[in-house]
Design a protein around this ligand. Sequence first.
Ligand code: HXC
Length: 267
Amino acid sequence: MSRGIEGRVVAITGGGSGMGRAMAVDLAGLGASVAVCGRRVEPLEETVALIESAGGTAVALTCDVRDPAQVEAFFAGVTERFGAPDTLINNAAGNFVANAVDLSPNGWRAVIDIVLNGTFYCSRALALGFPQATAATGSILNIIATYAWTGNPGTAHSAAAKAGVWNLTKSLAVEWAPLGLRVNCLAPGPTETEAASANLFPTDAIRDAMTSEIPLGRFATLADIVGSARFLLSDDASYVTGETLVLDGGESLAPGMFRHSPITPKG
Ligand code: HXC
């Protein structure tokens, strides 16, 4: 499940924590050169230290993906260090819980800018440099969430932004197929990360209520995320483009139309 990863030049946004860090460490362990970016240098340097202590190759570059000039500088920095990137993971995200009516225009803009605009700026930068990439294959992986298509009361900004990324994925997959560039999405459900545990399921009661609605009975782990990311980025998925791999233990399917019917089996 990792054919073709060795020798790749991979750029990962939001690589200083959680899923971004886990994917960075995993891909570097498979022989990719990994560049992580984010707004603060310290967490990025921790990711690089983890990779280097395991014998891998990585670089940390600060970049706010909302700023096209910083994105351009990030890709120039990666190219100078490792050659033009052939692989990109749009993982950086911004989110907070608020009723839509309480969202200030600036709060709305902050999340749309990071998630949707940042994904576009980084994807465009990769595509512009891709003809110079030395790897025979490459791809873009966008991290979204199942609420891209269900919506999510309480995070309307993030859900709308992820929906935009989901749609953008399909347009770019077709436009950039002639370059040999695939574009896909990974849509995790609730995932065990430090930030998610602290903010989204901070108590046992909340955790139990949430997991009781997940057919597989648990949250996703970082190991689940990296395994699926690795597959979509590898040559094992070389004919997959414009697709979304849902990784939610069946959660988004569970409600079902006839869930209150006596004939529906109860788990
Ligand atoms: C209401 C809020 C707010 C809150 C910020 N704002 N937090 N409004 N409730 N809790 C408003 C501010 O008042 C401000 O508007 C505007 O948002 C910008 O806030 P700043 O703090 O100035 O911006 P910035 O420092 O750029 O922060 C960006 C951010 C922040 C997105 C708002 O939350 C952030 O950087 N978070 C870190 C990244 C993150 O959240 N990652 C989680 C991704 S996880 P005004 O009008 O006052 O100027 C994820 C989960 C998916 O996406 C789940 C899948 C199952």
